[in-house]
Design a protein around this ligand. Structure first.
Ligand code: HEM
Length: 342
């Protein structure tokens, strides 16, 4: 990353692309491998428990557990989508800030359009893959899907509840919009698919019911961002309007933070929805929770380290861009006649 940023004027563009591609490769591999721990926790494989002992260990079967590919893909595509929408936010913010400087404006508009195209493609892929994740839950962790949708009774032609809050006492979702039959179709590609409700499981196996709100938040943000990129495309490319009206620009500015929020909703939903298990139907969270009295201190120290890192990154970036404003770069490139964005 440092080579890409700081050696810009010392190495060829091809080498810069190579350096940033290696960052992409490393970061993606790290995301996939870390996510696989979570995938294994949800769909454990590659071992048997015999008389309380672990037997027949097959590391490859554990690695390629049933949700490995789907989970890894969901995390990777949603991360690429979030990266694109963060660029969208920054470019839209700069376009609002530098309304008078045509050259800078054009530069940021180009970044905006590129980020909308990439964000649009990856948000569509995220939704398609999210659909597969839901089917995976239907097959392997049905109580998580039931909690995500506040479904208490097992049924075919099951409705999909959008919004609202799960009420445990009355066993219904309050204030939700219900789309008839849609949950059955989502779970098994047929309206006749029987979706198992929470009442078929002992109550101590139920995940916390607020996960419905987290699941909704993730899906709603994903759908909004697909809509936003499509609307941007129609406005700019089909209606051929070069300037976006203010409401559009404000929506672009919040797109990145919304995508980040969606990632948080997704992770909290996925891990809270697995409760009370740390490894599904093998090990409960209560069994593995640490008895250490230092957890509070550790939490504060970790938070402190991340705050220091975040502040350091922000300061370095601020300093760098203050010393290398985009205006200077555009001037230099234009005087060399080697820039194609005008
Ligand atoms: C648009 C429709 C979407 C659907 C149908 C969907 C579906 C799902 C499902 C079912 C899970 C739980 C998987 C599990 O517990 O194993 C999940 C988890 C997750 N989602 Fe989504 N999702 C959608 C959009 C998004 C968006 C827009 C983001 C972020 C930008 C996102 C990020 C995540 C993350 C980080 C997880 C946790 C990792 C995982 O379990 O795969 N999702 N999603």
């Amino acid at each position: 990353m440092s080579i890409y940023v700081y050696a810009a004027d010392r190495i060829s563009p091809k080498m810069r692309i190579l350096s940033v591609s290696l960052v992409l490769l490393g970061a993606s591999a790290s995301a996939v491998l870390i996510t696989n721990v979570h995938a294994f926790e949800g769909t454990p494989a590659g071992f048997r428990i015999e008389n309380g002992e672990i037997a027949d260990v097959d590391p490859w079967a554990a690695f390629f557990n049933p949700s490995f590919f789907i989970s890894a893909a969901h995390v990777a595509v949603s991360a690429y989508m979030t990266g694109a929408f963060m660029i969208c936010s920054i470019s839209a913010f700069n376009m609002l800030k530098h309304r008078k400087n045509q050259r800078v404006l054009r530069f940021h508009r180009k970044a905006l359009m590129l980020s909308l195209a990439i964000g649009g493609i990856f948000s569509l892929l995220t939704a398609l893959n999210g659909h597969e994740s839901a089917q995976m839950l239907h097959e392997y962790q049905p109580e998580k899907l039931a909690a995500a949708e506040g479904l208490f009774e097992t049924q075919d032609y099951a409705p999909l509840a959008i919004g609202g809050f799960t009420d445990k006492e009355t066993q219904e979702i309050k204030y939700a919009i219900e789309i008839p039959w849609a949950l059955s179709f989502l779970a098994g590609n047929s309206f006749e698919t029987v979706v198992v409700g929470l009442n078929d499981f002992p109550e101590e196996y139920w995940p916390p019911l607020f996960v419905h709100t987290l699941f909704n938040g993730m899906v709603l943000i994903g759908s909004f961002l697909i809509f936003l990129s499509m609307a941007g495309f129609v406005w700019n490319k089909l209606l051929k309007k070069p300037n976006f009206p203010k409401p559009f620009m404000y929506a672009f500015v919040i797109a990145g933070p919304l995508a980040l929020l969606s990632i948080e909703f997704g992770w909290i939903f996925a891990c809270t929805g697995r409760q009370p298990w740390v490894i599904y139907r093998v090990l409960t969270t209560a069994e593995v929770v640490t008895g250490s009295s230092q957890i509070g201190l550790l939490f504060i120290l970790f938070t402190l380290i991340y705050v220091i890192l975040a502040v350091a990154v922000l300061l370095v970036l601020k300093y760098y861009f203050k010393r290398h404003p985009v205006e200077n770069e555009l001037e230099t490139e234009a005087s060399r006649g080697s820039i194609s964005i005008y």
